[in-house]
Design a protein around this ligand. Structure first.
Ligand SMILES: NC(=O)c1ccc[n+]([C@@H]2O[C@H](COP(=O)([O-])OP(=O)(O)OC[C@H]3O[C@@H](n4cnc5c(N)ncnc54)[C@H](O)[C@@H]3O)[C@@H](O)[C@H]2O)c1
Length: 315
């Protein structure tokens, strides 16, 4: 791996696709001193991305200038030339991904690591047709990546372990909490868990059991309050005096039985979408920018609390 030999310190990253996720990555890398090159099929998108990313970095870093900087380049090869890592964040379509990976490989030396931000495509499938599939791995972020620490590292069946190790080390260097999967699986880990909750939430709406606002509250003012700090396993461990084994003996069977009756495989009820949307609108500001700012402020504050508790040795 090219840059493994050069250490894991800041270098130059080529970000292919400068939409929501490409911009998030740009902020992450800039905050840790990497030079960032953005390429997008749409020049207007990459130009807008540069302005947005600079503003976000200045806001998050509390400074007024960025060094090294982010640049938008007009040709994919110019983004890749001399880069230490490439991350593609183009639309989630297998044909677009395959074409993009082919274009990246045509411009890249054979040992340059290439990562994909894909949230639902399997790395083995993405790497089909690659000349050097060993240097390819999925690095799946969550949005907004600069406030959500987890990145899932997912190797495909031909990913070389040293490449996954290297991309993992880069992510750790960015301050990420890396979740490394031993092998690929549909939805990876985060989105499998998310699908279980979200699909059952939609099922409860479908059945008319409770309002969307009350279902939301069961997450925000209940499950997620604990899970923001302890996760499901430790939460269960805390809910029985003798710990997880006792909890499992007492409740494991009922979870299994209930799990078989949940509606997580049901189609989402289209006739309820307007009701869900109205519920969301009632609690959120109307202006989209204000909504993103509110989300970022809340996630930033929670992140600070978690870091402070960790520093004090509470977590
Ligand atoms: N949005 C999320 O919450 C999220 C979270 C994690 C991962 N992802 C993954 O990140 C990837 C990008 O998603 P997004 O939400 O940023 O999409 P997006 O639509 O916001 O951005 C995609 C960008 O790619 C550009 N583009 C299209 N074709 C291209 C090409 N051939 N070469 C270069 N650029 C091209 C578009 O102009 C656009 O700017 C997807 O694989 C998605 O699954 C998204």
């Amino acid at each position: 791996v090219k840059s493994a030999a050069q250490g894991q310190g800041p270098g130059t990253v080529a970000l292919i696709g400068s939409g929501v996720i490409g911009r998030g990555w740009a902020v992450d890398f800039l905050l840790k001193g990497w030079a960032v090159r953005l390429y997008d099929l749409d020049d207007d998108a990459s130009a807008a991305a540069v302005a947005e990313v600079r503003a976000a970095v200045v806001r998050l870093a509390g400074g007024d200038s960025i060094s090294p900087d982010v640049v938008a380049v007009a040709a994919l090869a110019d983004a890749i030339d001399g880069a230490d890592l490439v991350i593609e964040s183009v639309p989630e379509r297998i044909d677009v991904k395959h074409a993009t990976l082919a274009a990246i490989e045509a411009a890249a030396p054979a040992d340059l690591p290439i990562a994909s931000s894909t949230s639902s495509l399997l790395p083995s499938q993405l790497a089909e047709g690659m000349a050097h599939p060993g240097r390819f791995v999925v690095a799946h972020p969550f949005n907004p990546s600069y406030l959500i620490p987890v990145v899932e590292i997912v190797p495909g069946d031909r990913t070389v372990a040293a490449v996954a190790d290297h991309v993992q080390a880069v992510m750790s260097g960015l301050g990420k909490r890396v979740v490394r999967l031993d092998r690929e699986i549909e939805g990876f880990v985060g989105n499998r868990l998310q699908a279980a909750i979200v699909n059952e939430a939609m099922n409860l709406v479908r059945l008319g059991i409770a309002s969307p606002a009350d279902i939301d509250a069961c997450v925000t003012d209940c499950l997620a309050l604990r899970w923001a700090f302890f996760g499901p396993f430790e939460t269960m461990d805390l809910n029985a005096p003798q710990g997880f084994g006792e909890y499992a003996a007492k409740f494991g069977d009922s979870y299994t039985q209930l799990g078989r009756r949940l509606g997580v495989g049901e189609a989402w009820p289209q006739d309820k979408f307007a009701m869900v949307e109205e519920s969301v609108r009632q609690s959120a500001p109307a202006d989209p920018e204000a909504r993103y700012a509110r989300r970022d402020a809340a996630l930033d504050a929670l992140g600070r609390v978690k870091r402070e508790l960790a520093e004090r040795g509470v977590l």
